[in-house]
Design a protein. Structure first.
Lengths: 416, 202
């Protein structure tokens, strides 16, 4: 395995030495003709500017129009607003199709399986679509085609942005990742392996935070004083069981509340800028404290499960280091059997920007279960951005419990 | 400010920056200049700075003001005129157009007409008049109807110079489509060059 790691790193380092300006070209990069690194520390992890962009309904705050290189096709001139309600309110569509693609291939090394080295080429092909539809409406869709020929509509939602004229009030309708998840698979996770705390289930087929949900989410952000930090909140109601068709009448509810001290404003700056910063834009000296909760009723294998999750998280940025942790307590109450399962899930991660194209990550994941044995895992990883839109990732999952299982994965990830 | 006469009216367009110099018989040599900052839009193109009114004064409307329809756009996109001005609306396109305005300041509908036909509208009240085409939803334009001939089209960079303005105290107004307009009271003295800046937001 050491040989694999060394070879991969050498290849990546060689490629990264090649000259040329790296440009990412998915939908937003095309729209603004800017690099992925404008919004991402490295794909998919958003930097503070990228978070503000997302929080503004996929618009660059405070003056999106100034940065759009391919203007929207107007569906009616803005002056048609004056004719409403005797005419349809004007809208807009992107000047070019807001579509992007992602393909990634994995080499998985697992000594405990029959095939110790497995080429999963490709592991996944994704079609991404995202953009704005005139004032106050945006959308995002993601279709995943995996190596098992499985097609999954991972996300597809419409968002009503800045309902009262600021990012303090927004509404999502569709299938999405709930904001109760403090460290998103889509915007935060750098490793191929997921946060154990996100994917842990008390029962097969039961609830976990990794699931995409169908429902409504009302959320908002407000930048704090001096254009720094600020508050974020979200409340939502979702199907819970099954993203498309619920298997019980009960709905699940969740909330999220966080406050960021210092750093870039969560809704961006109110000061207009002429430039989109490309250097050191991963730095955002700040601390964010958050709390989240989720309560629902599931129906798994014919057994009802009243469950809840409640926890908190801390996200610290200090120069090139990002330390983050999230901890939550969970309970699944299987009323039919009278059995309750309690557990505590923890993830602690340190990300370090060695170079703008080289990242080191180490994460400790654990689930402490009251009735059965605990699960503990350490995941060291390296991410090398050989281009702004191409990355190589190597991660190693080392389980600390009795099984001593380990698994390594090498991923080549391309967005275009 | 002395009486302005139409005889002394000299209108000159100053290129893309937009601007009108009024050579006024016995006019003040004062100037108002400054910068309009347009927040939330690409640039200040199409913004207008004008003296809103000069009580007790009346001004003759200009003649030969034209809002053409060419290549499925109104030309120009913004047309400032003095109250009472008659504007011609020729159709220079190969397709038919239907110019109308939903504006309470001047509500009208010229109906659908082909190339070569010109229709006319007199703008008899001050205010902003939106123009739309009932055939082509993407077309729009504005007629900025002012009570005085003291107006200037602002350049993309937001700078403007309003020459030969009258002395005294009055209200200066900046307007741009999609932004909230702004008014500032100014006092201008003979021969002065006054700087007045505006910041327009959505």
């Amino acid at each position: 395995m050491r040989h694999w790691l060394t070879t991969t790193c050498l290849v990546a380092l060689t490629l990264s030495l090649a000259p040329g300006r790296a440009e990412a070209i998915p939908a937003f990069a095309r729209r603004y003709q800017t690099a992925c690194t404008t919004c991402h520390v490295v794909i998919p992890k958003l930097n503070a500017f990228g978070i503000a962009f997302r929080n503004n309904g996929y618009r660059i705050p405070p003056n999106d129009e100034k940065f759009v290189k391919t203007p929207d096709v107007q569906l009616g001139a803005p002056a048609w607003k004056r004719v409403w309600p005797d005419a349809v309110w004007p809208g807009g569509i992107p000047g070019m199709p807001p579509v992007a693609f992602r393909i990634f291939t994995d080499v998985v090394v697992n000594p405990s399986t029959a095939a110790k080295v497995n080429f999963i080429f490709p592991n996944e092909f994704e079609i991404l679509a995202a953009g704005t539809a005139g004032d106050h409406i945006s959308y995002l869709g993601e279709l995943e085609i995996t190596s098992g020929d499985r097609v999954d509509l991972a996300r597809a939602f419409i968002q009503f942005d800045q309902i009262f004229g600021s990012p303090a009030a927004n509404l999502i309708v569709g299938r999405y990742e709930v904001r109760a998840v403090p460290f998103s698979r889509f915007h935060r996770r750098l490793t191929p392996s997921d946060f154990l705390a996100a994917e842990h289930r008390s029962v097969t087929g039961g609830f976990d935070f990794k699931q995409r949900q169908a429902g409504f989410e009302f959320w908002g952000v407000k930048t704090g004083g001096n254009n720094k930090g600020g508050v974020e909140y979200a409340v939502g109601v979702v199907n819970g069981n099954g993203p498309f068709a619920d298997n019980n009448t009960a709905k699940d509810f969740y909330y999220r509340l966080s406050y960021k001290v210092g750093g870039f404003g969560v809704a961006g700056s109110t000061e207009e800028t002429e430039e989109l910063q490309q250097t050191n834009n991963w730095r955002d000296d700040s601390v964010r404290f958050g709390t989240f909760g989720y309560v629902g009723k599931g129906l798994f294998g014919g057994i009802e499960d009243d469950f809840w999750r409640a926890g908190g998280d801390v996200d610290i940025f200090l120069r090139d280091l990002n330390l983050s942790t999230w901890v939550y307590r969970g309970r699944d109450d299987f009323t039919a059997t009278g059995v309750a399962t309690d557990f505590t899930a923890v993830s602690v991660e340190a990300d370090y920007v060695v170079k703008p194209w080289l990242f080191g990550i180490v994460r400790y994941d654990a689930v402490f279960r009251d009735r059965t044995s605990d699960i503990k895992r350490v995941v060291p990883a390296v991410v090398i951005a050989i281009r702004a839109n191409v990355r190589i990732v190597a991660d190693w999952e080392a389980f600390l419990n009795d099984s001593g299982d380990t698994r390594a994965r090498f991923r080549l990830d391309l967005l275009f | 400010m002395r009486q302005i006469t139409s005889v002394g009216l000299l209108v000159s367009f100053l290129g893309a920056g937009g601007g009108i110099a009024l050579g006024l018989q016995g006019a003040s040599r004062a100037t108002i200049q400054g910068k309009v900052t347009c927040r939330g839009v690409r640039d200040c193109n199409g913004a207008v700075v004008f003296i809103e009114s000069l009580p007790g004064r009346s001004f003759s409307p200009a003649s030969n003001r034209v809002m053409d329809q060419l290549n499925l756009t109104f030309v120009p996109h913004v047309l400032p005129v003095v109250v009472g001005t008659q504007v011609a609306f020729p159709n220079s396109d190969e397709v038919r157009h239907n110019v109308f305005s939903p504006s309470p300041v001047k509500r009208f509908n010229l109906g659908t007409y082909p190339k070569g036909v010109t229709k006319h509208v007199v703008f008899d009240k001050p205010g902003i008049v939106e123009l739309l085409c009932n055939v082509h939803a993407e077309m729009s334009a504005y007629v900025v109807v002012t009570e005085t001939p003291h107006w200037v089209l602002v350049g993309k960079d937001g700078t403007y110079v309003l020459k030969d303005v009258p002395t005294g105290s009055y209200v200066l107004r900046a307007w741009r489509e999609e932004l909230k307009d702004q008014r500032q009271e100014v006092t201008v003295r003979e021969g002065e060059s006054l700087t007045v800046n505006f910041e327009l937001r959505r």
